[in-house]
Ligand binder design. Structure first.
Ligand SMILES: NC(=O)c1ccc[n+]([C@@H]2O[C@H](COP(=O)([O-])OP(=O)(O)OC[C@H]3O[C@@H](n4cnc5c(N)ncnc54)[C@H](OP(=O)(O)O)[C@@H]3O)[C@@H](O)[C@H]2O)c1
Length: 329
């Protein structure tokens, strides 16, 4: 029997803006004239907040700034405020000529009463070293607090120009409809939900509604915690903090099949001559979603931008969709 020849790899040539050599990240128009970068960096940090982790996170953010990433996603709960503070520190040192950043942070599900929201925003702004944020999201709904209280409180902060736009996260259809009913002069612009090739349960039920209402879906965990960038495919163990909140991705009954599909996606990417992550990110982009990618070291920012710059064909994305759903060739 003769060995199968290795797949031919086409060279990956990312488009750049010509002058700086940086890959272009386009801006998506949102209601109210908000310009939202199409891909960004998330700063959850997976609960890793030792001094060493913080230093690495700072270097990673600095690399992202240097390489033209503008959208940074954080939250008051990430590292108990450390994520916002670190981001604020790094951005304060960014060269004045850097293009404007797009900053998004979130109010915790534990602070959704009007007086709590105002205090939470003031604290977040203090940590970020800013007088306003571009986007302020309700991190998740709390059934004990009516949205009729929360949304008008956010609108008041929007009128004071402390918030550029109001968004939500982890909202289902009914919650979205309810939230929209309680806004008067402004609208919801974003719903941030878990969305990747392996996990569509939160995004697909709200997709059509969001499209019709002009609400952008921000896709969190777009790389399925790294699996869609090739991580764990060859037996590397999954650390406990990576498994946390991964929504069954690493459950023993599911993992072998996820990894088998991941390896098939890796082969597809190799055949197409694109980085594996470009399939994950452009599959989301083709569905009108904006991925917010987690990165814990500077090289991952370089990988992210290379993946964003290499666009797989529609045929490759269709095949990837089928592989991720478990359809055999
Ligand atoms: N609204 C919400 O409720 C919510 C929930 C979750 C997340 N988020 C947001 O979404 C962001 C991203 O979420 P996520 O961290 O789950 O997303 P993800 O992008 O699916 O996974 C990020 C992880 O993938 C690994 N990775 C990244 N680039 C890689 C590469 N080139 N090669 C191999 N592995 C790579 C890294 O793992 P290692 O660090 O282990 O190297 C990184 O931490 C968060 O930071 C946060 O801003 C929001």
């Amino acid at each position: 029997m003769t060995a199968r020849p290795p797949p031919k790899r086409r060279p990956v040539r990312p488009p750049t803006d010509g002058e700086s050599g940086q890959p272009e990240i386009e801006t998506l128009p949102l209601p109210g004239g908000v310009g939202h970068p199409a891909v960004g960096m998330g700063l959850w940090g997976l609960g890793r907040w030792t001094t060493e982790d913080e230093l690495r996170t700072k270097t990673t953010i600095a690399r992202a700034v240097e390489r033209g990433v503008r959208w940074f996603d954080t939250a008051e709960v990430y590292g108990g405020g450390r994520s916002e503070r670190i981001l604020g520190d790094v951005l304060a040192r960014a060269v004045p000529a850097a293009p404007p950043f797009y900053l998004a942070t979130k109010v915790s599900w534990e602070h959704l009463r009007p007086s709590q929201i105002r205090a939470a925003l003031v604290n977040s702004l203090e940590r970020l070293g800013r007088s306003s944020v571009d986007e302020y999201l309700v991190h998740a709904p709390d059934v004990r607090v009516p949205l009729a209280e929360t949304l008008p409180a956010l609108e008041a902060l929007w009128k004071e120009r402390r918030i550029g736009a109001i968004g939500v996260s982890n909202f289902g259809l009914e919650e979205l409809e309810e939230a929209e009913r309680h806004l008067g002069e402004t609208r919801l612009v974003v719903n941030q939900v878990r969305y990747n090739l392996f996990d569509r349960d939160e995004a697909e039920p709200v997709q059509e509604y969001c499209r019709k209402r002009g609400i952008l879906i921000e896709a969190y965990s777009p790389l399925a915690r790294g699996v869609l960038a090739g991580r764990y495919l060859d037996g590397r163990p999954v650390a406990p903090e990576v498994k946390r909140f991964a929504h069954r991705l690493f459950d023993p009954d599911r993992l072998p099949e996820i990894l088998a599909r991941g390896r098939a996606l890796r082969d597809l990417a190799a055949d197409a001559g694109v980085p594996m992550a470009s399939i994950a990110l452009h599959w989301l982009r083709a569905r009108g979603a904006a991925p917010v990618v987690g990165a814990s070291r500077p090289e991952q920012i370089d990988d992210l931008l290379a993946a964003w710059a290499a666009r797989p064909s529609d045929a490759v994305l269709e095949r990837a969709d089928a592989i991720a759903r478990g359809v055999r060739a």
